[in-house]
Design a protein. Sequence first.
Length: 441
Amino acid sequence: MATQRVATSPATTPGPAATVTAVNYARPLTVVTSLFFMWGFLTCLNDILVPHLKSIFDLNYSQAMLIQFAFFSAYFLFSIPWSRFVNRIGYHWAMVVGLITMACGAFLFLPAASTASYGLFLTALLILAAGITGLQVAANPYVDLLGRPETASSRLDLTQAFNSLGTAVAPKIGGILILSAAPLASVQLAQLAPKALQAYRVQQAASVRIPYAAIGTALVLLAILIATSKLPQIEAATTRIGEKADDSVWKHPSLLFGAIGIFAYVGAEVSIGSFLVNYFGLPEIASLPAKTAAGYVSFYWGGAMVGRFLGAFLLRRFKPTSLLVLCTSTAAALVATSMILGGHTAMWSILAVGLFNSIMFPTIFTLGVAELGPLTGSGSGILNMAIGGGAILPLIQGVIADHIGLQHAFFVPVVCYLYILFYALSGSKPNSERKHPSVEV
């Protein structure tokens, strides 16, 4: 497999008795892992923004899902440009530019809150997500290539575990800081005069100013840290002079099926997480107030964190496809259980899905870029573009929820998990296995 690895400089030529020392990647992996935590934290804060802005602007479910549409559409719009940018300036500096872009989006929340403009909030989310897209395109393949290929799934799963740590703490912190005040009901909002309504919206929106100002400052400091860190250089994912350019990402079905798998996985994960606060507030589920429900959302993302730490161990001992089959089957069954039943059984079964979501992204990603060699950068761009599923599928579920109810609309994630099951069983096979399948005698 012609996979890229870290480029090293042979300062000395070892003699016959010289010992080759393995390179220690612990420090660069630690630095890059901080990025995974940060974008996980910011992504999951959207689960708090959805019910908050829904109440402020009196939105229906489909209108509220424009929050996730604006955020995750950035992956579709900017992944390919970012992959070309990474090939030009390298993984290291692409991470720095991505962090600065994220900071610009975070600081744009301040005027959005001051004017109580839903459109400006959506613009801020798009810019913020554009920066996160750059981090995803650069950091995911960087971790994949920074070490032995046979442990790539485990390594990426471990860094994704810290991404899940960010998603686990974000709902709790966001619930305390952003959902602190009880919103007015739709009937009360309708009775307010236009000036009074705008003043109310500005007052309610002000709760996001301090959190996002702090986030923007932290992103700038993190960009400085990454810029001044000495990270191992990865060879550029380009075709060298004299090298045959007869390969193409479009000739790798496992990558293309994997892109659909990423689309389905992110769409399912985001669809579930985005609706949990409202879902737990339904009388037939738990009748929880928004602030209390936000605390329970941490169990969903916390389950993914625990699962990824376990997955980093299990993926070294079991076939990634076998674990993917187990997790997708169980996730589909849990969501179906929540749809059929009600009360706390429905609540805890949907929360348990997070545990089984855990290994899906890193496993699909590493299976998708397997055997791409110098096409890894381009393949990463396609896979990250597919994260746009987080824009499309929650919006579809929101439209369905407005027509048939929120609980029954969860059939959308079930369909997504069934597709990922197909990918684990068949679609993930690389070209080497498709052309030369093993024959049992």
